[in-house]
Design a protein. Structure first.
Length: 95
């Protein structure tokens, strides 16, 4: 079996996404999907996510970001794809 190149997802989530457990929702989903990276609140009220792993798992996380946890109201998710750098260990809240 050949080794697959990991991908990376960077996303910024807008809406009512702070103060509703959004970061911990992201950590839970990312860990369940076997992803590494981080999530943080930004000063403008958005949530930023950087995750690395297999593309299907990243797509599942993106779908979760678009839905959000109960109590949130996601208006939009701006995202882009890059090659993983492999510099993360686990998935956590930063900042």
């Amino acid at each position: 079996m050949s080794e697959r190149q990991a991908d990376a997802l960077h996303a910024v989530v807008r809406g009512r996404v702070q103060g509703v457990g959004f970061r911990f929702f992201v950590v839970d989903r990312a860990q369940a999907l076997g992803l590494s990276g981080w999530v943080r609140n930004l000063a403008d009220g958005t949530v930023e996510v950087t995750a690395e792993g297999e593309r299907p798992a990243l797509r599942a996380l993106l779908s979760d970001l678009q839905r959000g946890p109960v109590g949130s109201q996601v208006e939009s998710v701006a995202h882009d794809w890059t090659n993983a750098r492999g510099s993360f260990s686990g998935f956590r809240v930063v900042g």
